[in-house]
Ligand binder design. Structure first.
Ligand SMILES: Cc1cc2nc3c(=O)[nH]c(=O)nc-3n(C[C@H](O)[C@H](O)[C@H](O)COP(=O)(O)OP(=O)(O)OC[C@H]3O[C@@H](n4cnc5c(N)ncnc54)[C@H](O)[C@@H]3O)c2cc1C
Length: 387
C-alpha cells in the first residue's frame, strides 16, 4: 500500500475530514487502478469501468454543489483528490480534471438552469462523459487565433472547424466547444451524434497512453441555441476553465512525483551493487534528497495556494507559478527516479518511465512551461512579452 510522502508533516495542516478523503482516494487508486494500469498503458486505452466508481466516490466535480450532484467540497480537497489520482497515472487525473474543471465548471458557471439540470448530475456520477475543445491544429498557445466558427441561423448555430488533442474526445457524450462568432468567442455544448460532428482517436502517443485523446471535426454541425452557454462571451470563458484545471494539475503532478520517489527510494534500498545497497552511495542519496526537497516545496506551495483559492485570493498568476514549478520538478524527479532504477527503469513493470512520459505532456498542456513563465513574468514586471 502507498503510504504517501510527507517529510514536513503537511498532513498536520489538514483537517481530519481532509485526511480521510486523501486516504480514501489513496486506497481507491491502490485497489481499483494500480492492478489495471499496465494493461491500459500498453493497449493505450482508458479503463472505462472505473468511471462510475470515480463518480460514486465524488471524485468528479469535487467542488460542484450537492444540488447538482457533486459533493460541494473545497478547492483544497479538489487538489488533494487530483494529487492522489495522479499518483496512479496522469491519465486518471486528466480524466477527472477535464470532467470537473473543463466541463462541469463552465456549465456550472456559465450555463442556463436547464443545461445545469441536464448535465451536471450525470457528469458528477460518471453516467455521462465530457470533453473540452479549445486547441486547434494551428492554434495552441495562442487560442485567440482560433478558426473554428459558429454562424447564427434562425434557431441555432452552424459550427465549422476542428479541435486537436482533445482529452476524452472520442469517449465523450458532450463536448464544450469554443468557437468564434460575430459576438466574440462563445461556448457550445455539442452532443455526441449531432450531424456534422465527428471525433477520431489519436494513436501513436508515447505519453498519456492510458488516456483518450482525439481530434474533433465540425462540418456544418447544427447546434441549437439552447446548447450555447448563455452567460459568457470572449476568451475569458475558456481561460477561466483552464485556470481551474491548472490548479488541479499543480497538485496532480506532485502525486506522480511522490510515486516516483517512493519507488526509487525502496528500489535503492534493495538493489545491491558493489556489495551494498545503492542507497548507500552518495550520488544516489543526492538524487533522493533533491526529490524529497522538491516534493516538499511543491506540497507547501499547493497547500497555501489551495487555502488562498478557498479564500478567493488566488489569482491566475499564482496558479501559473505553481503549475510551472511543480510540473517541471515532477518531470525532473521522474527522470531521476528512472536512473536509480537502472535498466529496470525503462520497463513498465515499474512506474518511473510511465510517469516521466506522461509528464512530458503535462509540461505542454494547459499552458506550456514557457507560457506560464510569460504569465508570471508579465505579472511581476508589468510588461507583457506576449505582444
Ligand atoms: C495529451 C494532451 C492532451 C491535451 N488535451 C487537451 C484538451 O483536452 N483540450 C484542449 O483544448 N487542448 C488539449 N491539449 C492541447 C494543449 O493544451 C496544447 O498542446 C498546448 O496549449 C500547446 O499548444 P501547441 O501544442 O499547439 O504548441 P505551440 O503553441 O505550437 O507551441 C510550441 C512551442 O512554442 C512555444 N511558444 C509558443 N508561443 C510562445 C511565446 N509567445 N513565447 C515563447 N514560447 C512560445 C511553446 O511554449 C512550445 O514550446 C492537449 C495536449 C496534449 C499533449
Amino acid at each position: 500500500m502507498f503510504l504517501g510522502v510527507d517529510y514536513y508533516r503537511i498532513a498536520d495542516l489538514l483537517s481530519e475530514d481532509e485526511r480521510m478523503i486523501q486516504q480514501t482516494v489513496r486506497e481507491f487508486v491502490d485497489e481499483q487502478f494500480m492492478p489495471v494500469i499496465q494493461k491500459h498503458h500498453r493497449e493505450s486505452t482508458f479503463p472505462m469501468e472505473i468511471i462510475p466508481k470515480l463518480g460514486a466516490l465524488g471524485f468528479l466535480g469535487v467542488t460542484v454543489p450537492e444540488e447538482f450532484g457533486g459533493p460541494g467540497l473545497s478547492n483544497l480537497v479538489y487538489g488533494i483528490v487530483m494529487q492522489e489520482l495522479e499518483r496512479g497515472d496522469t491519465g486518471l487525473r486528466s480524466f477527472a480534471s477535464v470532467q470537473g474543471s473543463l466541463v462541469m465548471f463552465p456549465i456550472k458557471a456559465y450555463g442556463s438552469p436547464e443545461q445545469k439540470k441536464q448535465w451536471l448530475p450525470k457528469l458528477a456520477s460518471g453516467e455521462k462523459i465530457g470533453c473540452f475543445g479549445l486547441t486547434e491544429p494551428d492554434f495552441g498557445s495562442n487560442p485567440g487565433g482560433m478558426l473554428t466558427n459558429a454562424k447564427k441561423t434562425t434557431d441555432g448555430w452552424l459550427l465549422n472547424g476542428a479541435k486537436m488533442w482533445i482529452t476524452n474526445g472520442s469517449i465523450a457524450d458532450v463536448a464544450v466547444i469554443w468557437a468564434r462568432t460575430d459576438e466574440g468567442v462563445n461556448g457550445f455544448l455539442v452532443e455526441k451524434g449531432m450531424p456534422g460532428f465527428t471525433a477520431s482517436k489519436l494513436d501513436g502517443k508515447f505519453s498519456l497512453r492510458a488516456s483518450d485523446t482525439a481530434e474533433l471535426s465540425f462540418q456544418d454541425c447544427f447546434v441549437p441555441e439552447e446548447n450555447r452557454l448563455p452567460n459568457i462571451r470572449g476568451l475569458k470563458g475558456p481561460l477561466s476553465c483552464l485556470n481551474e484545471a491548472r490548479f488541479g494539475i499543480a497538485w496532480g503532478v506532485v502525486g506522480a512525483a511522490m510515486a516516483c520517489y517512493d519507488e526509487a527510494l525502496s528500489y535503492s534500498k534493495n538493489r545491491i551493487q558493489f556489495n551494498r545497497p545503492i542507497a548507500g552511495f552518495q550520488l544516489t542519496q543526492e538524487k533522493l534528497v533533491e526529490m524529497v526537497t522538491e516534493i516538499t516545496k511543491a506540497q507547501l506551495l499547493n497547500y497555501q495556494l489551495g487555502r488562498m483559492k478557498d479564500e478567493g485570493k488566488a489569482k491566475h498568476y499564482h496558479v501559473s507559478l505553481a503549475k510551472r514549478n511543480n510540473v517541471n520538478n515532477a518531470l525532473k524527479i521522474a527522470r531521476s527516479a528512472r536512473t536509480i532504477l537502472g535498466a529496470n527503469g525503462i520497463s513498465d513493470e515499474y512506474q518511473a518511465m510511465r510517469h516521466a512520459m506522461n509528464l512530458e505532456s503535462v509540461l505542454t498542456y494547459e499552458g506550456t512551461h514557457e507560457i506560464h513563465t510569460l504569465i508570471v513574468g508579465e505579472n511581476i514586471t508589468g510588461e507583457s512579452a506576449f505582444k
